[in-house]
Design a protein around this ligand. Structure first.
Ligand SMILES: Nc1ncnc2c1ncn2[C@@H]1O[C@H](COP(=O)(O)OP(=O)(O)O)[C@@H](O)[C@H]1O
Ligand SMILES: [Mg+2]
Length: 324
């Protein structure tokens, strides 16, 4: 399968006055053309940091301190701002930021904000720009009359659709959606998920879908990547993670057990005691060892590598390797 994105040994640190926060710490993975990769993990595990880094746009004081991000073979870590703006950001890879629907400019009509964003990236005459905006507004399931309205006149679901349209109108190949359904009620969540699936087919997009919710990933993702404390704990296909066999990493198993599923009777909701560690001083060995129910001595001192244990199934856990 063709890879549109290949990430190798990526490290993104925030340089704070207390020292570096190792938010993404040596991770490697890929995205196939036309697939949806779900990125999941509790709050603070590095998902948003990863997303912004994939556009080579880390939030200060964050910096990419190592690794490669190959998009169609070009390492975008080595490109300058001008090249990134011209060829990469929004042109090839776009992001729907966490909470973006709530940061639309209140004093602008939807049309005005969309025009400004579009014109910032492209020189289009008035007619062309308006036509493109209409096309994308319709594509996300809204009618033209939203263009004359102000953000406060739209529902949450409508605003999320606008933000998605704005990520798409430069026709990127890869779209990262960071928690696109988190602030919405369940019915609207399902509508947005259906919309994203539809757009993926229509526009032949490759998606990275970030959420803290494994149940949502089950609906949308072809493969799932589980992050814990700036590292990848596990990557598997939807079937490997949600199928009969179930996930392998104890963190994924715990997350799954803590996820109430629709259409399923829940006897007991389990949870994972504790919280993700402070990434200023991450634990030695396996970063999950402090909370792991099946921890071994080795886990406290030696870091488990991410290994392919069966086809397309990668796991970083000393308990899970075939040859240990
Ligand atoms: N601007 C920042 N400055 C310092 N630390 C940050 C900043 N943004 C995020 N972090 C830290 O980086 C880690 C990962 O955060 P984030 O990528 O937002 O995780 P997630 O999206 O999974 O919730 C956390 O420990 C968080 O405190
Ligand atoms: Mg986040």
């Amino acid at each position: 399968m063709e890879r549109v994105l290949d990430v190798k040994n990526l490290k993104v640190y925030y340089y704070t006055s207390k020292g570096p926060v190792r938010a993404v710490d040596d991770i490697s993975f890929y995205l196939n053309k036309g697939e949806t990769l779900g990125v999941v993990g509790e709050s603070g595990c590095g998902k948003t940091t990863l997303g912004t880094a994939l556009l080579n746009m880390p939030t200060p004081p964050g910096k990419i301190v190592g690794g490669q991000i190959l998009i169609n073979g070009t390492d975008i870590v080595t490109l300058n701002e001008n090249q990134l703006r011209k060829n990469v950001r929004w042109e090839t890879i776009a992001m729907v930021f966490q909470g973006a629907m709530n940061s639309l400019t209140p004093a602008y009509t939807i049309e005005k904000q969309m025009l400004e964003t579009l014109r910032y990236h492209r020189e289009l005459d008035d007619q062309e720009a308006r036509e493109r905006i209409k096309k994308y507004v319709n594509l996300v399931g809204l009618s033209d009359d939203v263009l004359k309205r102000y953000p406060h006149e739209l529902s949450g679901g409508m605003k999320q659709r606008i933000v998605i349209a704005m990520a798409l109108f430069l026709e990127p190949e890869i779209v990262i959606c960071d928690e696109p359904t988190t602030a919405l009620d369940v019915v609207v969540q399902a509508q947005i998920i259906n919309l994203l699936k539809e757009l993926k087919e229509k526009l032949h997009l490759s998606f990275i879908f970030v959420t803290h919710d494994l149940a949502t990933e089950a609906e949308v993702a072809d493969r799932i990547m589980v992050m814990y404390a700036g590292k990848i704990a596990e990557i598997g296909t939807n079937e490997q993670i949600y199928g009969e066999q179930g996930p392998m990493h104890p963190y994924t198993s715990n997350l799954l057990a803590a996820t109430p599923r629709l259409h399923q009777k829940v006897d007991k909701l389990s949870f994972i005691p504790g919280s993700p560690p402070d990434l200023l001083n991450p634990p030695t060995g396996c970063r999950f060892h402090l909370r792991c129910p099946v921890v071994m001595d080795k886990c406290r001192t030696e870091e488990p590598p991410l290994k392919e244990v069966e086809k397309e199934h990668y796991v970083a856990c000393w308990r899970c390797y075939n040859d240990e």
